[in-house]
Ligand binder design. Structure first.
Ligand code: C2E
Ligand code: CA
Ligand code: CA
Ligand code: CA
Length: 278
């Protein structure tokens, strides 16, 4: 069975740095990985702090390489972006996540499934049409799919990107602004793009303690989200203290190791059962 356990090669790779690996070998291996069925997704739950229900999951890509073991995305996404294979792999991620969302919906446990998107993928002509076609084929209501984009992705070619985000949200697809607060002009992005969710970057959550700057920044983001009617989720929540402060400030959702690490489908379903049916 596929799993990303602690004893895997990912530690070796990060220790020796990705640069030391043969780049050509990597790109070739990443290319054949799709045909060889070596990619899979893990799902990390998102908890609604008001209803205390699991309302969604973020789909996170993993590569189970026969040579390297389980490889984490920080070690291969940039290589996929450089070769352009991210487009094909990204389509596979979308299709797989959408199919999984349909399975959960049919099982009476609807989950908003979030998918990360790379700039290269987003720049493809007709990408919005592809997303809508995948939803249509699977029979998934667009509201159960969320696309996670970053400010840097939106920055380049803002007019076209604005039209794409608008087309997605008008058809009911949700759009989250990921790693919020780490960019240069976050506020202008909120005004321009009709996004439906803000993800407060983990770097703020790590430092949150009452009356710290991080605390005040997060409080301001939460208040802003409420004023603009945009849901706010905090990522990277690891401690009960962080959870308590976020709940007190009125944050809508949390995601992080405190609740759960990213899980395989069966592990996530077991998690849901223990949680009380989702
Ligand atoms: P991200 O979108 O910011 O995803 C959140 C990352 O934080 C994930 O790392 C997740 O496992 C990790 N994380 C979640 N909770 C905690 C926590 O409490 N503490 C800590 N320290 N970490 C936590 P992961 O899975 O290694 O993914 C890294 C990045 O790779 C993602 O960052 C995303 O930018 C990218 N990525 C993952 N899957 C895909 C994909 O399918 N397509 C694209 N284009 N990028 C992807
Ligand atoms: Ca993300
Ligand atoms: Ca993020
Ligand atoms: Ca982040």
């Amino acid at each position: 069975a596929k799993s990303c356990g602690r004893n895997n090669f990912q530690y070796y790779i990060s220790a020796m740095s990705a640069r030391a690996l043969d780049v050509l070998y990597m790109e070739n291996a990443l290319h054949t990985a799709l045909d060889n069925d070596e990619y899979y997704l893990e799902y990390q739950p998102k908890l609604d702090l008001k209803t205390r229900r699991i309302v969604g999951v973020e789909a996170l890509l993993r590569w189970d390489s026969p040579q390297l073991g389980c490889v984490m995305p920080s070690n291969f996404i940039s290589a996929l972006e450089e070769s352009g294979d991210i487009c094909q792999v990204g389509s596979w991620v979308l299709e797989t996540a959408i199919a999984q969302a349909k399975v959960w919906m049919d099982a009476g446990r609807p989950m908003v499934v979030s998918v990360n998107v790379s700039a290269r993928q987003f720049k493809q002509p007709d990408w919005v049409d592809e997303v809508m076609a995948l939803l249509d084929t699977a029979g998934l209501p667009p509201g159960l799919l969320q696309i996670e984009v970053t400010e840097s992705l939106l920055m380049d070619g803002a007019d076209r990107n604005e039209a794409m985000i608008r087309a997605l949200t008008q058809q009911g697809v949700r759009v989250a602004l990921d790693d919020f607060g780490t960019g240069f002009s976050s506020l202008s992005y909120l005004r321009r793009f009709p996004i439906t969710e803000l993800k407060i970057d983990r770097s703020f959550v790590v430092d949150i303690r009452k009356n710290t700057t991080a605390y005040k920044v997060i409080k301001t983001i939460i208040d802003l989200g409420q004023a603009l009617d945009i849901r706010v989720i905090a990522e990277g929540v690891e401690t009960p203290e962080q959870y308590g402060l976020l709940a007190e400030m009125g944050c809508d959702e949390i995601q992080g190791y405190l609740l759960s690490r990213p899980l395989s489908v069966p592990a996530f379903e077991a998690f849901l059962d223990n949680f009380g049916g989702g």
